[in-house]
Ligand binder design. Structure first.
Ligand SMILES: [Zn+2]
Length: 251
């Protein structure tokens, strides 16, 4: 349902000119319940951890209504204890939940801040006294480091001199950051995962509006995918930096 919903959403963006969409919809279909004076029961089908970025409204991105997604949004879609606590509530109290997902996005400002701190440590000094912001950046830096090591390993140390290095590092780090959060989420909720509840992750591409992952053959493979396990992470990061998307950004 999320895959099809995202397809429909991405398709809307391909309309040209001032094409208007008119969608006849009832209050019930909008997830608002159909009994006047009565609050609907909370029945989301998925728990989604996403970024606070205003360009990535999770319900719209997946063409879902109110009461379909238990959305947890925080800059950089990092899995802090408050987020885990929120997700834990949904997992343990809402039997309608069938999927736990992490959704990052290209061009993420929080990941960009971590990339900047990583590339220019001097600039990070100004940030170091801002503890709340620093906590977000510090959480993301390992993903940036992992992406950078893989980029250097695959393209050689001179990769840092290429004009597209910064953009390639950003989008590679975005994907790795989402994968790390999804792997952590998978381990935290492992006892709940099984036939009834699955785990997945993906990255929303601001340009194509598709949730997916960069791929060796195509720019953006549409879908939500199982999180890589910790031991699969180096291989996964390597595949990300060799992807068509990251190679295209490198130029
Ligand atoms: Zn973001």
């Amino acid at each position: 349902m999320l895959h099809m919903g995202n397809s429909a959403f991405a398709e809307m963006g391909r309309a040209v000119g001032d094409h208007r969409y008119v969608i006849p919809i009832t209050a019930e279909e909008l997830g608002l319940g159909n009994r006047p004076g009565e609050a609907p029961a909370q029945e989301p089908m998925a728990v989604v951890l996403g970024c606070a970025d205003s360009r990535v409204p999770l319900e719209l991105v997946f063409s879902q209504s109110a009461n379909d997604l238990f959305a947890v949004r925080v800059a950089g879609n990092i899995l802090g204890s408050d987020c885990v606590g929120s997700m834990d509530y949904a997992v343990t109290h809402l039997p309608s939940v069938r999927l736990l997902a992490v959704v990052g996005h290209t061009g993420c400002g929080a990941v960009q801040a971590a990339v900047d701190a990583y590339i220019s440590p001097n600039a990070y000094l100004g940030l170091s006294a801002n503890l709340p912001l620093r906590r977000i950046v510090d959480t993301i830096v390992p993903a940036v480091h992992g992406a950078d090591v893989a980029l250097r390993g695959h393209y050689g140390p001179d990769v840092v001199l290429r004009s597209g290095y910064r953009a390639a590092l950003l989008d590679a780090a975005v994907v790795v950051n989402a994968a790390i959060a999804a792997d952590a989420m998978q381990r935290i909720f492992s006892e709940h995962l099984g036939e009834r509840l699955g785990a997945a992750f993906g990255v929303y591409d601001l340009t194509s509006r598709l949730v997916g992952l960069p791929d060796l053959q195509m720019d953006w493979r549409h879908g939500l995918f199982p999180p890589p396990e910790e031991q699969q992470m180096p291989e996964f990061v390597d595949a990300v930096v060799r992807s068509l998307h990251v190679r295209g950004l490198l130029g």
